[in-house]
Design a protein around this ligand. Structure first.
Ligand SMILES: *[C@@H]1O[C@H](CO)[C@@H](O)[C@H](O)[C@H]1NC(C)=O
Length: 491
């Protein structure tokens, strides 16, 4: 008998580098009430103009080399004037078009691992909205808090904006914190649901169901009641010793928030993109945007201005005819993009801050098996990270769910990975975290024999504004959630 041995398949595909696109952006925006001038990178802030104090504010992360921003504020003031003029021209040219609106999505989380009586920061992450502004307010046990800080409006790729509000806090047993987001033209049901023993992932699930409701609500009512403003509220509950039985209260609250429409938003975004280290593939994209629509764009690969509407085509042609202006714009790839990207690379992007890792067990609903472990990494930079699980030194592929890297808004990130498993004696489970800031991966073994440390019970609810008619729908969510077994019970 002959034995045929097969060779291992020849690799015909050459591995390619996993390219990371980095971006450096400049944003200038205005409406009747808003003024903004911001420099940032990879979704974070570097510098902005404070038009109230009349000065520039440097917001480099604490691990960055110091940088100078000479003359930026004067430039911002000049650009704001141009913005206002362009806004007025565009409103006329487009003949007062329908205002574009996108509803905000918000979530609330703590910057660091929650420990009772240990200082921490709460983050309210509001994203996907158009136009600015949104109002973010905080309460502790229903009392208004003032000590929060608000980020700038940061542009997203899809034309919407993101903002972060952060609140220093020290978790105390029984305290309830809430973050309320107001954005015009949105109608939200305000359902204050208190869920006990709900862990972080459930927040997302729950919030999604609220959003589903809100979008259907918006479609049916937004045109009828155009000047209502909506109100989102997220709540974070901190509990130490929860009662044995489920605590699940639904409190319905109604609040109406009306405000005058702020009108049209005009902005200019100039973004430098590159993915190679030597910056040879640098591209500058400079966009002029009115009411969320790009009407003029300069892409350095194309080399001239392109208009997307009649008003845009007219203005793009004017700019292209002005050879000086066009030459200057073309030169910005070298002068502005490459120069800044070099500085950014060495002063910030090449730096790393390693994560702080914590492995904990998560209670399951009804003492249900399998058990769930949660591996969390906090306060790391940059955001690329790998969290994996090992069972008896073998990689675990299934039953793992992980969140995306979550931005704290201050250049740092966090991530949470969950593993479902059926406990067996003698089995070793470990969480492995790898990050550019580590010389070797952090490996934490789960030791079930250890007495469970006093863990903070975190319960999260969410709420938004509701019209009277929606109370019944809110009740439905309550029953739906209650029956779907998302609530985790102590065993
Ligand atoms: C710039 O133009 C090039 C060539 O048309 C295109 O491939 C690229 O996607 C454009 N970049 C952006 C960000 O629009």
């Amino acid at each position: 008998m002959e034995l045929y041995v097969f060779m291992f398949m020849l690799a015909t595909l050459v591995s390619s580098e996993n390219k990371v696109v980095r971006e450096f952006f400049y944003m200038n925006g205005c409406s009747d009430t808003e003024k903004e001038n911001l420099y940032g990178s990879d979704g974070e802030e570097l510098w902005h103009a404070d038009f109230i104090k009349g000065e520039g504010v440097v917001t480099l992360p604490d691990f960055a080399d110091p940088g100078g921003f000479d003359g930026f504020y004067q430039n911002a003031v000049a650009e704001l004037e141009i913005c206002k003029q362009n806004l007025a021209v565009a409103i006329k040219a487009y003949n007062n078009p329908q205002e574009k609106m996108d509803k905000p999505q918000s979530s609330i989380y703590a910057e660091d691992d929650l420990q009772l009586n240990v200082e921490n920061t709460l983050i309210c992450h509001v994203t996907g909205f158009f136009p600015p502004p949104v109002r973010v307010s905080w309460t502790r046990n229903n009392e208004a808090l003032k000590e929060d800080s608000l980020s700038q409006y940061r542009p997203n790729d899809d034309g919407t904006y993101t903002i972060f509000s952060s609140l220093p806090f020290t978790p105390q047993e029984g305290d309830i914190y809430s973050c309320t987001v107001n954005h015009k033209w949105m109608l939200m049901c305000l359902v204050l649901v208190q869920l006990c023993f709900v862990e972080w992932v459930c927040l997302l699930d729950f919030w999604e169901s609220l959003l589903e409701l809100s979008s259907s609500l918006k479609e049916t009512t937004a045109t009828d009641i155009p000047d209502m403003e909506a109100n989102f509220e997220n709540k974070l509950y901190i509990k130490m010793s929860p009662p044995k039985d489920l605590c699940f209260h639904v409190i319905l609250m109604l609040s109406a928030f009306t405000g005058a429409a702020n009108g049209y938003y005009y902005s200019r975004w100039a973004t430098c993109f590159h993915s190679s280290r030597d910056l040879s593939d640098m591209v500058l994209v400079d966009r002029y945007i009115f009411n969320k629509d790009v009407y003029i764009e300069f892409n350095s690969t194309v080399g001239e201005f392109v208009g997307y509407t009649a008003h845009g085509v007219y203005n793009a042609e004017l700019r292209n005819k002005d050879t000086n202006y066009l030459q200057q714009e073309r030169a910005e790839v070298e002068r502005y993009c490459k120069h800044n990207a070099e500085i950014y690379q060495s002063a910030i992007a090449d730096k790393t801050v390693p994560p702080k890792v914590k492995l904990s067990s998560v209670k399951q609903a009804g003492g249900r098996h399998p058990a769930v472990l949660m591996c969390s990494a906090y306060r790391f930079y940059p955001h690329w990270i790998q969290v994996t699980w090992m069972k008896d030194d073998q990689p675990v592929k299934s039953d793992v769910t992980a969140t995306e890297e979550m931005p704290n808004g201050d250049w740092y990130y966090q991530i949470h990975s969950h593993l479902e498993y059926t406990p067996k004696s003698g089995e070793k489970i470990s969480c492995v975290v790898d990050h550019a800031g580590l010389t070797k991966p952090i490996i934490i073994d789960w030791d079930p024999s250890l007495p469970e440390p006093e863990r903070n019970k975190i319960a999260i609810g969410a709420s938004g504004l509701v019209l009277g008619i929606i109370i019944a729908a809110a009740g439905l969510i309550y029953y739906k959630k209650k029956s779907s077994g998302r609530i985790l019970v102590p065993s």
